[in-house]
Design a protein around this ligand. Structure first.
Ligand code: GAR
Length: 220
């Protein structure tokens, strides 16, 4: 992949698509040297698909309910994604568990955004669980996807405080604002050739990361 050539990106969504919007906006302004080749949703008619169309990006539906089982859905999803020959596939609110057959196929070129400071709070209802656990800090993580659910090597995180009186919605809104900065940043690093997965380690600017990078104290 040459840095002069735009990185081809396919984004997978299941719903609202606000992270997708942040990526589309930066791609359109030229801040992000990517071409969003396609957006694919496993749920028909979601808002994210409309956002893609509004940006002139191909918006496709592949309803998982039309397939007998998970492997059949994933085989069709791989076939669809690979038509667009992506350098990188970004899960942006894609709410399906993926099997090793899928994650191995895209190893090293599959990102996910998760609304917690991984390894804390894998899975669902992260904001509610962070409040219930009495956390004073919460946030979001971008990680390479591996077969382990929300368990792949973390690239970069953004932290926010948990404030007295927070409910899951107020906390989610504070985290989401950071997500919209975090995802385009990690994608840009990948597009610039600064980021790669080697074994189970994330390499950034030629060095293996001992810990995830932190938004606010990391390189731009
Ligand atoms: C985001 O908060 C993202 O971190 C989360 O879903 C939301 C999607 O919002 N992802 C997960 O929970 C993945 N396990 P969006 O559709 O507006 O980008």
């Amino acid at each position: 992949m040459s840095v002069l050539q735009k990185t081809r990106l396919v984004v997978l969504i299941s719903g609202r698509g606000s992270n997708l919007q942040a990526i589309l906006d930066q791609a359109a302004s030229g801040e992000l040297p990517v071409e969003v080749a396609a957006v694919i949703s496993n749920r028909p008619g979601v808002q994210g698909l409309e956002r893609a169309r509004q940006s002139g990006v191909l918006a496709l539906e592949l309803d998982h309910k039309n397939f007998a089982d998970r492997p059949a859905f994933e085989a069709a999803l791989i076939e669809l994604i690979d038509r667009y020959q992506p350098d990188l596939v970004a899960l942006a609110g894609f709410m399906r568990v993926l099997t090793p057959g899928f994650t191995d196929h895209y190893r090293g070129r599959l990102f996910n955004i998760h609304p917690s400071l991984l390894p804390k709070f894998r899975g669902l209802h992260t904001h509610e669980r962070a409040i219930a656990a009495g956390e004073t800090e919460h946030g979001a993580s971008i990680h390479f996807v591996t077969a382990e659910l929300d368990g792949g090597p973390v690239i970069v995180q953004a932290k926010v405080p948990v404030l007295p009186g927070d409910d899951p919605d107020t906390l989610a809104a504070r985290v989401l604002e950071q997500e919209h900065r975090l995802y385009p940043l990690a994608i840009r690093w990948f597009a610039e050739g600064r980021l790669r997965l080697e074994g189970d380690r994330v390499w950034f600017d030629g060095e293996a990361l001992a810990e995830p990078l932190q938004l606010g104290s990391c390189p731009s």
